[in-house]
Design a binder for this molecule. Structure first.
Ligand code: CA
Length: 236
């Protein structure tokens, strides 16, 4: 999950990004409205925007208005001052999905973030299933046939992207964009290494990550009525 935080209070922004990273998200921070606007214009890989309304250079409501005017539908959680009832209403009217008044408890924000991203991905539960594979988005654990699979934070993040787009191509560039934070070096080669490791750990029974040569990867759909697949994976 990739989150953009637009917040000019650096203490709050740092605390939020630390907490969200600890729960497995990839987080980018900007501290002004114009930076937020530029980041959203140039990057369509964000799954969620956490938007402070009181931002310098361009206020949060304007960032939100421009975002929705461009037709971008990513969920937006606005952060408002405790007494900002009018701002809250304006924000929701402009297309925000939820709001939190400062100060707030981090675990409440985390739960709202999970609910918003789940809703936008069309996933009703916190557990995503793919054949015998289960991914618990809340606990950040994956299991196959009820057995926990030991995956690194990046492998989990890659698996999450593949699961959310199961049956569809995910390009290596998209993976790099989803996994890297700005200033973080993740190369295309590194993606190949992570996919190689992920395959070794999760390719069992009908679970397959297909290589779409020169383009990227695709978690193959498992037909609902698939006959039991052989346990030995063919080489590919
Ligand atoms: Ca502010």
């Amino acid at each position: 999950m990739r989150i953009l935080i637009a917040e000019d209070d650096t203490v709050l922004a740092n605390g939020l990004s630390r907490g969200l990273r600890a729960s497995g998200a990839v987080v980018d921070c900007v501290s002004s409205g114009t930076e937020a606007d530029a980041a959203l214009r140039t990057n369509s890989e964000f799954d969620l925007l956490i938007l402070d309304l009181g931002l310098p250079k361009m206020n949060g409501l304007e960032v939100l208005r421009l975002l929705r005017a461009r037709g971008q539908t990513l969920p937006v959680l606005i952060l408002t001052a405790a007494d900002g009832v009018e701002e809250k209403v304006k924000g929701l009217d402009l297309g925000a999905d939820d709001y939190m008044a400062k100060p707030f408890a981090f675990n409440e924000l985390e739960a709202r973030v999970r609910a918003l991203t789940r809703r936008s991905a069309g996933v009703a539960s916190t557990v995503v299933r793919h054949g015998p594979l289960e991914f618990d988005l809340t606990g950040r654990v994956a299991s196959i046939d009820g057995r926990m699979v030991d995956l690194s934070a990046r492998e989990l993040a890659l698996l999450e992207v593949l699961l959310h787009r199961s049956g569809r191509l995910v390009s290596k560039e998209q993976m790099v964009a989803r996994l890297c934070e700005w200033g973080d070096e993740v190369s295309i080669n590194a993606i190949e290494v992570y996919i190689h490791r992920l395959r070794k750990k999760i390719e069992k029974g009908p679970i397959r990550i297909a290589t779409v040569r020169g383009l990227g990867y695709c978690l193959e759909k498992i037909p609902a009525s698939a006959p039991a697949a052989p346990s030995a994976a063919p080489p590919h």
